[in-house]
Write a protein that binds this ligand. Structure first.
Ligand code: ATP
Ligand code: MG
Length: 419
């Protein structure tokens, strides 16, 4: 299976295509956004779950679906000890596997979880599309109520609003149960049949294996065929059962009452096999071609399909890279104190006490003269400098210098802690 070493392509030691290093101000921005996500999820009673970055390949084949692009073409799969393993291309399958394995079906319902971490898909890298990217997601298990759909969707919308994201649109659709879809699939095939030869190779395969998925195709030629009036007219008939339609109507009425704007998008089917009833996507016109920042939906049979107890569920995942490209500048906590010193034991002691009061404090470690150290403090934009030389250390005081005004005064440690 493996390519012999002599045939492997030579690589320069650089990051692999489609991956990124995250550092400096950018990683500070990520940290701030991740912290906001955690806070909002926790405040709504969602607990973090951390699952492995790789799982048995069979989990994704069964969980995401063998006929999906993700499983067909995009997985990083390898063999160890005669077992196939894959880097996770998405988060839900692993969370569901863990839900079953850890017996969460016996917990009080609903079970509300969130996760964040890297995902891996072997796609063509371009703006907004990486091979290693990061998702934040939430999953709610155990209820099939329109209120659960509303809570989960609302959490995403409120998160984006609190980050000030521009030009968002919530696209939403009801795709019913697998049973609802049977007549729809057949009808879609009849209408698409005359154009079959004009579709891309993928859609020609999907026509047989997974006809609904044709609508999710990114190819513009395919999209213009699905946009033809006779096909559109067919798509806009609601093919779902009365119960599914009632569920969807109740969800929409909650969104209406909360003034959450949305667009019913009859073309929205999502790229994964496991969805039932509600599906949605949040897009931004500020994102260009890769315009979806968040996608999700209800998956009422996945837990059972993977061998667990009958458990309805709903969830979503957002792409952090795309989200971050929409988030503007974020406030950064300034450096409160820079300690200029040649008395390191005293300086560390002072720094620790100030940090215990939640100040950001750095101690100069260079051993250079105080003039050079002050230059460094200015470069770091420290609000205040504490000069701690031998005499000051002996007296339990510091020279406090405000960099903006250049004002300088001698203050005892105790006065610093009172401030
Ligand atoms: P797209 O239609 O853009 O390919 P998708 O339907 O494959 O998205 P999901 O599987 O629903 O995406 O994943 C949820 C979110 O994860 C997407 O809305 C997007 O923000 C992000 N995402 C998916 N694939 C990538 C990728 N290769 N690089 C960066 N972000 C991604
Ligand atoms: Mg995709």
């Amino acid at each position: 299976m493996a390519t012999p070493p002599s045939k492997l392509r030579k690589v320069v030691i650089q990051r692999p295509k489609g991956t990124q290093d995250l550092f400096g101000d950018e990683s500070a921005r990520w940290e701030a956004v991740e912290a906001l996500c955690r806070l909002q999820f926790k405040n709504a009673g969602y607990q973090e779950i951390r699952t492995p970055a790789f799982e048995h390949t069979e989990l994704f084949e069964r969980g995401v679906g063998e006929a999906t692009d993700i499983v067909n073409k995009e997985m990083y799969t390898f063999e160890k000890s005669e077992r196939r393993l894959s880097l996770r291309p998405e988060g839900t399958a692993g969370v569901v596997r863990s839900f079953i394995e850890q017996g969460m079906g016996r917990w009080p319902k609903p079970v509300k979880l969130y996760y964040m971490g890297p995902m891996f898909r072997y796609e063509r890298p371009q703006a907004g599309r990486q091979r290693q990217f990061h998702q934040v997601g939430v999953e709610l298990f155990g209820l099939d109520t329109p209120a659960s759909d509303a809570e989960v969707i609302l959490m995403a919308m409120r998160l984006f609003e609190s980050l000030g994201l521009p030009n968002l649109s919530l696209q939403i659709n009801n795709i019913g149960t697998a049973a609802c879809r049977e007549t729809f699939k057949a009808g879609l095939k009849v209408r698409v049949q005359p154009y079959l030869s004009q579709l891309c190779a993928d859609c020609q395969t999907r026509y047989d294996s997974n006809p609904l998925r044709m609508l999710d195709c990114k190819n513009t030629a395919c999209q213009s065929i699905y946009g033809l009036p006779d096909i559109q007219q067919f798509l806009q008939t609601d093919f779902t059962s009365e119960a599914c339609q009632a569920h969807f109507a109740q969800l929409l009425s909650i969104l209406d009452a909360l003034k959450v704007p949305y667009q019913r998008n009859f073309m929205l089917v999502r790229g994964l096999d496991y969805y039932t009833k509600t599906v949605f996507e949040i897009t931004s016109t500020n994102l260009g071609a890769q315009n979806a920042v968040c996608g999700g939906g209800r998956y009422n049979t996945l837990v059972e399909d993977l061998g667990g107890p009958e458990t309805p569920a709903i969830g979503w995942a957002l792409g952090l890279e795309r989200l971050m490209s929409l988030v503007g500048a974020l406030p950064v906590k300034p450096l409160d104190y820079y300690i200029v010193t040649d008395q390191h034991a005293a300086a560390f002691d002072l720094a620790e006490q100030l940090r215990a009061q939640h100040h950001r404090v750095e101690v100069d470690l260079s051993g250079k003269g105080f003039g050079k150290q002050l230059e460094r403090a200015a470069k770091l934009n420290a609000t205040q400098v504490l000069i701690l030389g031998e005499a000051e250390a002996k007296n339990g005081e510091v020279q406090l210098k405000i960099l903006a005004t250049k004002a300088q005064s001698v203050v005892p440690y105790s006065q610093l802690f009172e401030r």
